[in-house]
Design a protein around this ligand. Sequence first.
Ligand code: FAD
Length: 415
Amino acid sequence: MTVPTTPDLEPVDHFRDRARHWLANNLAPAPPNQHGEADKSEASWQRAKQVQRVLYDGGFAGICFPREYGGLGLTPEHQRAFSEESRAYEMPLALNIPTLTICAATILDTGSETQKRTHLPAVLRGEELLVQFLSEPRGGSDLAGLTTRAERRGDTWVLNGAKIWSSGAYAADYGLCLARTDWKVPKHAGLTMFLVPVRAPGVTVARITQVDGSREFCQEFFDDVVLPDDAVLGEVNGGWETAKRQLLHERSAVGGASPYASGAQAHSGRDVSGLAELARRTGQWHDPRVREDIGEARALNMVHDQLITRVTGGIAAGALDPAAGSMVRLFSARNSWLQADMAVRIAGSAAATGSGADDAGTGQAGQDYLMRQAWSLAGGSTEMARNIISERVLGMPREAAADRDLPFDQVECGR
Ligand SMILES: Cc1cc2nc3c(=O)[nH]c(=O)nc-3n(C[C@H](O)[C@H](O)[C@H](O)COP(=O)(O)OP(=O)(O)OC[C@H]3O[C@@H](n4cnc5c(N)ncnc54)[C@H](O)[C@@H]3O)c2cc1C
């Protein structure tokens, strides 16, 4: 991933010192469980937007976004330094995925000048939230096989169909929505990406209650939603190119490697302080088995960090295909699983009987375990990550696909 920079860069050490001083004077300490699953209540969205505005006003928002769109035009090393320094402070982590690291990054790569100047500064000021409208009820892995359609009517587009599993759509302002605009060409060639206002007439957002009680996921229905021409992100029928950039940013973000985050990533299998605290509170700090688990977690986190450095460096230098981001994404899922399992081992049966808010944190371990499987699906499934690594990084033969070259209106897909 190429991050635009300006020629006169502040040295990273100088930037780090400045950030450390500014953070201590301007931000509150991190609330409890900030580095666990991000809280997505209405109040927490508002708070995240406020904190993002504080970062913006203080000159620390959008570290790797270009200056002309409201960012600082600095490098991933500056971003890493800021993330390390800001871990102890309240950060707008809820805005990281998908708003900043996936959607805004995609607009930066593929948007028109007007789209970039309209949306990116608004996102960096904490005024605009974005969401991904990609997955559909009939499946998310075969993204190019989607059936939400946009038809040309006069000077406008008319959108019909349904999307699902959209994280945080109920709080968002715009969705990046991939739709079919030509049915007579093979599936990848007839798609267009649109920037859809979530509150436009004809858009219905329904929240989905998950097994852990959270209501972050949504399903959307589009009924004759009228969109202007300038809602197209990228080229008409070139939506797969835009989607590929988006998926690249998604894999990087979910793997914890995005340079576009505001502070440390929202889900961090990369911090053992939660496991250590759980061990202390349950009186198992000196148990050799528990210490071994925490040591293993720490080692995996170090491997994860080094994998990020190696893969992002390799991609930036052109030594690795951008698809190599899937290696970080795959490792991240495995690491999150292992650490969710470890937390349940430490909490024991109390993981099932405790509440999310209990003093020892055992109930939280149980709650987090319920979300464990999500890490093998979010940002594309681990099986799809393995396919990408084998085909595009290792150069192994492509998976057979009977529909790849057929006009989409001839594909059997249960429409
Ligand atoms: C936490 C989280 C957040 C998400 N946020 C969003 C969001 O904001 N917006 C959005 O659009 N979507 C979102 N998703 C949806 C996510 O992108 C999909 O879950 C994912 O792409 C898989 O699609 P699916 O669930 O429909 O499974 P399916 O595609 O139906 O797949 C089912 C199973 O079959 C396997 N499989 C399918 N095809 C193959 C193949 N060719 N080879 C091998 N195995 C295969 C898959 O790996 C999976 O295990 C989110 C999901 C999660 C868990």
